[in-house]
Design a protein around this ligand. Structure first.
Ligand SMILES: Nc1ncnc2c1ncn2[C@@H]1O[C@H](COP(=O)(O)OP(=O)(O)OP(=O)(O)O)[C@@H](O)[C@H]1O
Ligand SMILES: [Mg+2]
Ligand SMILES: [Zn+2]
Length: 330
């Protein structure tokens, strides 16, 4: 889920809310012309709601007087319902019908995002993910273990076995994902399938309806920086999304510039998500030494101690595929 998907979801939910209210206004107008008694009752109800303010302001016998009004109100509403059914309408004809009764189409419920908002944002994200051809190719089904066969690691071990383990781990991880799933560090040389497998996890987890944010670390940091320094006026709050989404995928850690601001954001993301027990997947070309060299010990010790570490091995699949292509042409 990207900030723009959340924005799209917010817009759609606010359109739903407006629609629900327009329909409700039209119904009021219709009923007021057809059943004038109801129009009169509603005028009285409106006056009542104004007198509540007066009562509160006056400060005299507030509770008692409000209770009397509340009872009158209930009776008036009961009468409206009776009049509606007597005229052949359903009794709840004048209630606003929201798509999501839980949050009345506001997108917020008990101080947090309502599930209707996150589900909708996840759908937009999935739609975009699936539109992009390159990402469409990134599924567990298109991950071919044959690329690792016959290649040896620097220490002479076969590459196939460890990659099989990683592949099955990721597949199981996606299939059984919950917000309590562990965080993962995928590290290794270029072209070994780190992005491919993290995107495969992203698609599968999105499909389950979880909120997933995926992008390169550089893009995330730039976005957070632009919002922080007021260059982005869209009102998006990418940082809070990064801190709270169900699964965060930070691709290509280590390719960003070394600035104290970036370091502090990365630390904040990793640390906050860890404290909230929310899973994060990091992919990087750096090994343990590279990561320890580039980042503060507070970051590295956390990553190495609590993430499930997967060392990708093999020969650059981009090159292998290019070679296969040119072989086919011969
Ligand atoms: N095992 C595989 N089976 C099929 N395609 C693969 C496999 N591994 C990688 N690829 C493809 O090769 C290309 C490079 O892989 P990917 O981007 O996942 O590598 P990476 O490890 O993320 O590399 P980098 O470190 O440069 O980001 C992609 O097009 C990907 O779909
Ligand atoms: Mg990659
Ligand atoms: Zn809702």
């Amino acid at each position: 889920m990207k900030a723009e998907h959340l924005e799209q979801a917010r817009n759609e939910i606010s359109a739903r809310r407006n629609h629900a209210r327009t329909v409700n206004d039209e119904r009021f107008q219709e009923i007021h012309t057809r059943i004038p008694e109801i129009a009169e009752i509603n005028r009285q109800l409106f006056r009542t709601s104004r007198s509540v303010m007066d009562i509160i302001r006056s400060g005299e016998n507030v509770q008692e007087r409000i209770e009397t009004l509340r009872k009158q109100n209930q009776q008036a509403q009961l009468l409206v319902r009776r009049l509606l059914t007597a005229n052949g309408y359903p009794e709840n004809y004048l209630d606003v019908t929201y798509t999501c009764p839980k949050c009345s189409d506001t997108g917020y419920y008990q101080g947090a995002f309502c599930s209707c908002l996150t589900e909708l944002a996840a759908k937009y994200a999935a739609r975009e993910l699936n539109r992009s051809a390159q990402i469409n190719l990134c599924s567990f089904d298109t991950f071919d273990l044959a690329y690792y066969r016959g290649h040896k690691t620097e220490s002479g071990a076969d590459c196939l076995r460890p990659m099989e383990v990683i592949y099955h781990f990721c597949k199981e991880y996606a299939a059984h994902f919950t917000t309590e799933s562990p965080s993962i560090l995928m590290y290794g040389n270029t072209g070994l399938g780190k992005t491919h497998l993290s995107l495969s996890i992203a698609s599968a987890v999105l499909e389950k309806g979880y909120s997933v944010l995926y992008d390169s670390v550089i893009n995330f940091l730039r976005q957070v920086e632009n919002e922080h320094f007021g260059r982005d006026q869209s009102g998006s709050d990418t940082l809070s999304l990064l801190l709270s989404c169900d699964l965060l995928i930070l691709d290509d850690l280590g390719t960003e510039f070394d600035t104290p601001f970036y370091q502090s954001i990365i630390y904040n993301i990793i640390n906050t998500r860890m404290n909230r027990c929310l899973p994060t997947i990091i992919s990087t070309n750096m090994d343990f030494n590279g990561i320890s060299h580039k980042y503060d010990e507070r970051i590295t010790s956390r990553i190495f101690a609590t993430y499930v570490n997967h060392h990708f091995v093999g020969y650059d699949v981009r090159i292998l595929r290019a070679q296969q292509k040119s072989m086919r042409k011969l």
